[in-house]
Design a binder for this molecule. Structure first.
Ligand code: FAD
Length: 414
């Protein structure tokens, strides 16, 4: 393991105290740490942040009322202990390049993972390439194969608005439930860094577009106890040892900062600010579909039942991006479902920041405000393949936020 990586032991230490109080921005969303990549006390200290202090702009209150929940969704993260599957396989006369099993990081790593898959697929310069799947990984792989010069057809049972990808949080969480440290081994850290850096760079080209497919927002993590008090309280369970690679890309994002007491409308004494990149998936998905079709891409809705079905396709190079569907299609039992539920509050255009408070996280997407109960950390939902929504879970999460905002001082009162 590289010295730059956080060992699972370190990670447990970093996460100590967060079981009750969370404290870690996006932990448990896609979901991992804060936008700055900090995870817990040691990271917070190491990350002790900028010496400057930018004043906090006026913050609009979140309208945290359960009757504003306009949708509930559930999705299964396709988790593989060894990390995503990226090897190749020859089936008859068809070369299959796998690109599935990205856990809670599929959107974040998509461009980097797709770049690796497309390089393998284009090794012999095929004129035509098939892509199985129309989620985050399928669409980005298809666009990258077009950019590499191939004529591309996507084959998928469901298209983007119906795929599991469209039910994701939509945040830059590149090492969320991406692997287990032991099972993935040290080499995966290098590969992960390559994928994360390529993706991050590619997302740059989707910023500032009409419709705001991708944007940066401030993120506030709010606590009523100090870091030391939270450290003393307990541990976030991580018996499996989820991998954390964020220290490898610390240079990409700003440091988290502890804000001076009284500088925000939140009444709790410990408020941290970081920044996070978010994906407004309704618009971003449309943008990807439009780009693919504009470049001459074809889409065929079709379900495959066995790997041998792929040999019936006219294309002899196939990039395989079935996500959690790989478990049934490829009989791949190395994929573990990790359930995640989102309660969607009606969008508030004036709400331009995310937050973490008392085991609940909020991502202020344009297509709906994402509210998630994230207590339990990476183990939350692990092994649970129940895709039925649980309204009580989301109502409870909104109630936690209602409590926070009952003590919020509106801008004119600060
Ligand atoms: C609650 C939650 C929050 C998340 N938040 C984030 C986040 O903030 N950031 C992030 O980066 N990641 C996040 N993720 C993870 C991310 O959503 C996944 O890693 C990603 O969606 C996987 O994309 P995919 O394209 O591999 O799979 P999918 O979106 O499932 O797409 C699979 C495609 O393959 C097709 N397919 C499957 N089987 C077959 C078959 N047999 N025949 C034909 N077609 C088939 C499907 O129809 C579909 O088109 C989150 C996940 C969850 C559950």
């Amino acid at each position: 393991m590289s010295s730059r990586e956080t060992t699972s032991l370190d990670r447990r230490r970093l996460l100590r105290g967060s079981a009750l109080f969370g404290g870690l921005g996006l932990l448990g969303l896609g979901g991992c740490a804060t936008a700055s990549g900090a995870s817990g006390p040691a990271a917070r200290q190491a990350n002790a942040g900028p010496s400057h202090f930018d004043p906090v702009p006026p913050l609009a209150p979140l309208r945290a009322h359960t009757d504003r929940l306009f949708d509930l969704t559930v999705c299964l993260r396709p988790f593989r202990a060894a990390g995503p599957r990226l090897d190749t396989e020859q089936i008859g006369d068809t070369l299959v390049v796998h690109n599935y099993g990205h856990g809670g990081s599929g959107w974040s790593l998509s461009w980097g993972s797709g770049t690796i898959a497309v390089r393998k697929a284009m090794a012999n310069s095929p004129r035509e390439v098939a892509v199985i799947g129309c989620g985050a990984l399928g669409l980005t792989s298809a666009i990258l194969a077009q950019r590499a010069g191939a004529k591309v057809t996507i084959y998928a049972k469901d298209l983007l608005p119906q795929t599991r990808s469209s039910r994701a949080t939509g945040a830059w969480t590149p090492d969320s439930r991406i692997a287990l440290t032991q099972a993935a081994g040290p080499a995966f850290g290098e590969l992960w860094e390559q994928m994360a850096r390529t993706s991050f760079k590619t997302y740059r080209s989707y910023l500032g577009l009409p419709g705001t497919p991708v944007e940066w927002v401030d993120q506030y993590s709010i606590f009523d106890l100090s870091q030391e008090q939270r450290d003393a309280i307990g541990d976030r369970p991580d018996p499996l040892g989820f991998a954390s690679y964020r220290s490898r890309i610390r240079d990409l994002t700003p440091r988290e900062e502890l804000l001076p007491a009284g500088s925000t409308p939140f009444q709790d004494p410990y408020v941290y600010r970081s920044e996070m990149m978010i994906f407004n998936i309704a618009d971003y998905g449309h943008t990807l579909m439009a780009d693919f079709l504009a470049a001459g891409g074809q889409i065929r809705q079709r379900e495959f039942h066995a790997p041998s079905d792929l040999t019936q396709l006219p294309e002899k190079v196939v990039i395989n991006c079935p996500g959690y569907g790989g478990r049934a299609l490829w009989k791949d039992e190395t994929i573990t479902p990790v359930r995640g539920q989102i309660g969607w509050l009606i969008p508030q255009p004036e709400l331009n920041y995310g937050l973490y408070y008392n085991g609940v996280s909020v991502v202020p997407r344009r297509d709906g405000i994402v509210v998630q109960a994230v207590h339990g950390g990476d183990m939350k939902g692990y092994g649970d393949l129940n895709e039925t929504t649980d309204r009580a879970e989301s109502e409870q999460a909104v109630s936690v936020l209602a409590d926070l905002y009952s003590r919020f001082r509106a801008p004119h009162q600060v």
